[in-house]
Ligand binder design. Structure first.
Ligand code: NAD
Ligand code: ZN
Length: 350
């Protein structure tokens, strides 16, 4: 098998060749058809996350070991199965649930492996889908595509799933207005999902007019380019000067969080999703006086991924796939994402 691996932080990916693994027990060998290129792969490539004030959270301090094969949005065809696999068969096209946990901790016990204390996520803590074949540790992490387009389905394992979790959290506030910051891979899924599962008017914010145009096509009622100095004023005037009930920040950097807090209505909730990072000073009294909630959202669970596949099968959500690369062009795929050239998602077709 061929894998595009990150040898170490900021080093170009190299193709490594090895024997195809033989699946045993509950394991499954997948022939990768399509692999989504997520901004989180860029953070892995850069070696970690910006904590602000000159601090950096290294992924190696979280348990990542280089060289690593990135890729957590994996769709493939089952090539071989271990002797204990019965829920899927050779030849099935499947989407992988990559947010694997230990199975023992309180989160895993209630089915939220994505929030496991000792995560084993694919494309991070174990090799992922930037490869022509990949070994899945347990067939219970697979869901059959049953008619969903393979390239589109990749998005449902991360960008769609994370957006789904975030929009569900926003929806707990019965929002009249939802602000979605960032119209990238995650944000565009967020717009479509919010359109489907909330009654809210959706205001999408980004720096790039092209991405905002796509957000409108995907169902955003209003768009605001945050390059303008009066972003906050514009958003507030859309919300009848009362503010937004919910803000989902798919960027999560100091300027976007400042905007989010400034447009949040009394009783509002701010959901931080992006990992762009940095740090921010917050004036504390406004939190109790406005009774606001600031919360995080991290990916989603297996059942939500299956629900999303169903929504995609019904044509309710349509992930935007704008560019396709070969495995050999994995470096170009990441560079293009970094340079903000990708609308929605790019995929690698090994
Ligand atoms: P992307 O590169 O596809 O999209 C990012 C978007 O944000 C782009 O449209 C860009 O123009 C916009 N943007 C950047 N800076 C901005 C600013 N200051 N103001 C307004 N818009 C700005 O990225 P993506 O794949 O959608 O991922 C977004 C972030 O979410 C990444 O940091 C990624 O690692 C993170 N992520 C988090 C989770 C989670 O579970 N919490 C899961 C997946 C990805
Ligand atoms: Zn991702």
């Amino acid at each position: 098998m061929k894998s595009a691996q990150i040898p170490g932080p900021n080093e170009p990916l190299t193709i490594s060749e090895s024997e195809n693994p033989r699946p045993q027990g509950t394991q499954v060998l997948l022939k990768v058809k399509s692999e989504g290129v997520c901004h989180s792969d860029l953070h892995l490539w850069e070696g970690g996350y910006d904590l602000g004030d000159g601090q950096f959270l290294k992924v190696t301090d979280r348990g990542v070991k280089y060289p690593v094969t990135p890729g957590h949005e994996i769709v493939g065809t089952i090539e071989k199965i271990g002797e204990n696999v019965s829920n899927v068969s050779v030849g099935d096209d499947v989407l992988v649930f990559p947010w694997m946990g230990c199975g023992e901790c309180p989160a895993c016990k209630v089915g939220n492996e994505n929030l496991c204390d000792t995560p084993k996520s694919m494309g991070l803590f174990q090799n992922g889908g930037y490869a022509d074949y990949t070994l899945i540790p347990d067939s219970k992490y697979l869901a059959k595509l049953d008619g969903v387009d393979p390239d589109a389905a990749t998005s449902l394992a991360c960008s769609g799933l994370t957006a789904y979790t975030a929009v569900k959290k926003a929806n707990q506030n019965s929002p009249e207005f939802v602000v979605i910051i960032g119209a990238g891979g995650l944000g565009l899924m967020g717009v479509q999902i919010a359109r489907e599962i909330t009654d809210a008017k959706i205001i999408c914010v980004d720096l790039d007019d092209k991405k905002l145009e796509t957000a409108k096509e995907m169902g955003a009622h209003f768009t605001v380019n945050s390059k303008d100095s009066d972003t906050v004023k514009k958003i507030l005037s859309i919300c009848n000067d009362k503010g937004a009930d919910s803000v989902i920040d798919f960027v999560n950097a100091p300027p976007t969080v400042k905007t989010g807090l400034a447009v949040l209505r009394k009783r509002g909730n701010l959901i931080l999703v992006g990992l762009f990072g940095g740090s921010l000073e917050i004036s504390l009294v406004s939190i109790p006086l406005k009774s606001i909630t600031i919360q995080g959202a991290y990916t989603g669970n297996y059942n939500d991924m299956v629900e999303l596949l169903d929504l995609a099968r019904k044509g309710v959500i349509n992930p935007v796939i704008s560019k396709r690369y070969s495995l050999e062009d994995a470096n170009a795929a990441l560079e293009d994402l970094k340079a903000r050239k990708i609308i929605g998602r790019a995929v690698i077709n090994p």
